[in-house]
Design a protein around this ligand. Sequence first.
Ligand code: NOJ
Ligand code: CA
Length: 552
Amino acid sequence: MSPSTADPLWWRSAVIYQIYLRSFADGNGDGIGDLAGVRQHLGYLKELGVDAIWFTPWYESPLADGGYDVSDYRTIHPAFGDLTEAETLIQEALALGIRTIIDVVPNHISDQHPWFQAALAAGPGSPERERFWFRPGRGADGDQMPTDWVSNFSGETWTRTTNQDGTPGEWYLHLFTPQQPDLNWNHPDVRAEHEAVLRFWFDRGVAGVRIDSAALLVKDENLPEVPEHPGPGEHPNQDRDELHEIYRGWRAIADSYPGTRVLVGEIWLPEIDRFAMYLRKDELHTAFNFDFLARPWEARELRASIDETIAAHAPVDAPSTWVLSNHDVTRPVTRYGRADSSFAFLKKRVGTPTDLALGRRRARAAALLTAALPGSLYLYQGDELGLPEVEDIPADRLEDPMHFRSGGVDPGRDGCRVPLPWSGEHPPFGFSPAGASAEPWLPQPENWAPLTVEAQQSDAYSMLRLYREALRLRRTEDGLGDGPLRWLDSADGTLVFSRGDAFVSVTNLSSDAIELPDHVAILLSSDPLDRGLLPPDSTAWLRTQHGPPEVA
Ligand code: NOJ
Ligand code: CA
């Protein structure tokens, strides 16, 4: 059942819609999505049936990494609006029953942030540099990087500075781009500042924070190389044990506020038991489950992911999260249309062939499958419209540093960040108001007219209508959201489980149409049945008995 705004456990079942602000809706016509655009479309989100919205970073930023390079945590980027408007939006959304979650980025800040500028100016050995990881280089001239750590964005993790007198200086660490220097979490200023930032936003009514790169903050001060097979807690810059104490401090802050303010970790870790440790009851509330989105569209793989996820969450009594996509990964319609439908950053290649019709069918089936699983659900803007990854953005319009740092091998993440199509026959498809002074910051494909919100609203078989109906049922069906799942016996290539006493979800990943288990009604199906059979790559939701279950 869907949570009400008064429910302290709202986050255990919530449907959370991810807003990539630059690309959601442009209120003032400069081609960049903004808070005014979101405010105009809160009714759309209400009708879609989401419980919360999560904003990717909306702060002052040079946008070297789409805003994950924050230069002032207490100011909204002027292209998006201002603090007063953010406060208004938070209240307007709440009035519609929609909570607001914001992104915090504790691992790094922008190189334009006053702290980093002060550190550069103050020079080697200064207290200002202690807030970061400045180190002399190796080798006689100090011209070798202090470590050989490889960046998550491919390439190097250290950049050499230049001293005031023009001589080559110290190096500083950045696990991402050089514009994102890593903070030193052993420094009390770094801890105090982030706790103050949490309070700043909780004071303004946000219901939670999504914590960027949550498992990376702490580094081994000795800066050793990464061992070939690091054991638990042995990686020098990932998943270090000291992180748990930081999050216990954050949890105490969150818990000191009325209502439930949630901490959601962005944690990519291969060891699911280590992942679950962050979800102990005095740490984070939930964390993104990326295992499911990394798996191929195969019954055995998805079943294994579901089982492993639920089993790992059980001992810490945390709800699982289900995430089909976000602003970093290939859109599901495209990914599921590929011969290899698994996801890995290092595997992305320009020019991979895709069957979009197949991908769309599977994405519809996946939408119902994940919405029926126990826990909370994340929905990335545009997936409810079935937008494909845009793979032909002109090279001179690409922005993502992941693309450039890979030497152009990795297509980057711009293709899932293209501005949403709202209405009309041609770009900007209602993304910007009529008479806008600029084109959308990333170009939209000319052929998106059938994918606009307007077009899909009047098409009963559209992705948008499927999502609306699924989220409506998710709110009204007692068994859905948080709670147990029971697998039912089923043929190879199928995933069949019950939730509650009278609800069954059936997904067919085999290549043959299948018979449905006994039911009294079909509540929803991702594709029409074929002479009573559920076609391949489809999900159906079934009512399996009439009326309330009998009390023994
Ligand atoms: C994860 C974010 O989701 C991604 O967009 C960003 O580039 C990195 N963290 C670095 O902040
Ligand atoms: Ca704008």
